[in-house]
Design a protein around this ligand. Structure first.
Ligand code: PLP
Length: 392
């Protein structure tokens, strides 16, 4: 395959070989297995002496195309497509860690990742410690002799805090730890953690990669050595992606750059409009000058991302009232969709946390998270403005 120079071209031109029909758009390879030419080829494929497809739980042309594109976009050597983002998070950890190992993670991680750390891994003797995304000083002190992996998300959800990937890459290197970055919020278009030394880059492709709220999927990308080890685990535990979803997501990657440009352009316009609004206590967006880490965000991200968070005056009840007053935006538990989505974390995704736990990850009672869609930005602004007025 030729090496394409630019991001958009990599996302579009890294295609599987044409089949005998000379199709222009890659077809869906809905097949559970692949035939062997003869007994010798079958033997060689199973012995890993030949590269090729055997069985869709191991690999499939649609999933391989999806992963090849993502690797070209993230700058990683190899990868695995998974049936969900959580399958990617789980496999990237469970395959490499064993009883007695320790993970150092950012406290502000996705809810199900938090459940993995606190409910699932302890059953197998894998422990974790949380560190504060906004306090670099405490990270090194929390590394233990049995620490094997550092896991972070940046920007974080829903606080949109940023962690310095270059600093983290050096920290991981100094202590010989695997750095695993969930790059779901930024996507490879805005940020490539492998450039800063991340050994693994994990994704929920359900979000901006699909970008249209159609499917659940994930990906694990990284160094060949680690991916080989994880591949053994996924081959035999079976979190494989459906070829149909691999096909869908490979097509989605073709438009990732143009979609992200629009998501980010609308998001910063909304953030700038809302900043200083009488009905709001705070507006958070990585590229706003008032964001405590805007310089860092600008250093490691191309644009500020598709999410904007703000805190309405009047707290918890006003936050809920605001959601009820929206006319256009969707109320749904997803993000990274062409349709704008509003969520109230304190009463939904983060309702099981105590007030202190919420405060630690920046979730105030009146916090509203907006996943800015691809509608005309003026319609989104009007919906927000009207809902702020109607919920007073
Ligand atoms: C949604 C999400 C996940 C989980 O992905 P699924 O595709 O829902 O399994 C993991 N990390 C982050 C940051 C997410 O937003």
């Amino acid at each position: 395959m030729p090496e394409y120079k630019h991001f958009e071209t990599k996302a579009i031109r890294n295609q599987s070989e044409r089949s005998g029909y000379n199709e222009h758009s890659v077809p869906v390879y809905m097949t559970s297995s692949f035939t062997f030419e003869d007994a010798e080829q079958a033997r060689a494929l199973f012995a890993d002496e030949l590269d090729g497809n055997i069985y869709t739980r191991f690999s499939n042309p649609n999933n391989t195309e999806f992963i090849n594109k993502l690797c070209a976009m993230e700058g990683t050597e190899d990868g695995i497509a998974t049936a969900s983002g959580m399958a990617a998070m789980f496999s990237s950890m469970a395959a490499l860690l064993k009883n007695g190992d320790h993970i150092l993670a950012s406290r502000s991680v996705f809810g199900s990742t938090h459940q993995l750390f606190t409910q699932v891994f302890p059953k197998w003797g894998i422990e974790h410690t949380y560190a504060d995304i906004n306090n670099q000083d405490e990270w090194e002190d929390k590394i233990k002799p049995n620490t094997k992996m550092i896991f972070v998300e940046t920007p974080s959800n829903p606080g949109l805090d940023i962690i310095d990937l270059e600093w983290l890459g050096l920290l991981a290197k100094r202590h010989n730890l695997i750095l695993n970055v969930d790059n779901c919020f930024a996507t490879p278009y805005l940020q490539q953690p492998a450039k800063y030394g991340a050994h693994l880059v994990t994704h929920s492709a359900t979000k901006f990669i699909d970008g249209q709220g159609r499917t659940i999927a994930g990906a694990i990308l990284g160094t060949k050595e680690l991916i080989d080890e994880i591949r053994f685990f996924t081959r035999h535990t079976g979190p494989s992606l459906s070829p149909f979803n691999g096909w869908l997501l490979s097509k989605s990657l073709e438009t990732l750059a143009v979609r992200m440009d629009r998501h980010c352009d609308s998001a910063i316009r909304i953030a700038e409009y809302l900043e200083g609004h009488d009905e709001l206590e705070l507006v958070k967006y990585p590229f706003l000058g008032s964001h405590p880490q805007s310089q860092l965000a600008k250093k490691q991200m191309k644009l500020g991302g598709g999410l904007v968070s703000f805190v309405v005056t009047g707290g918890f009840d006003r936050g809920r009232k605001f959601l009820n007053s929206l006319k256009m935006m969707s109320l749904t538990a997803n993000l990274g969709d062409s349709r704008t989505i509003a969520t109230h974390p304190a009463s939904t995704t983060h309702s099981k946390l105590t007030d202190e736990e919420r405060a630690e990850v920046g979730i105030l009672p009146g916090l509203v998270r907006i996943s800015v869609g691809l509608e005309n930005v003026n319609d989104i602004l009007e919906d927000i403005e009207n809902a702020l007025r109607a919920s007073k």
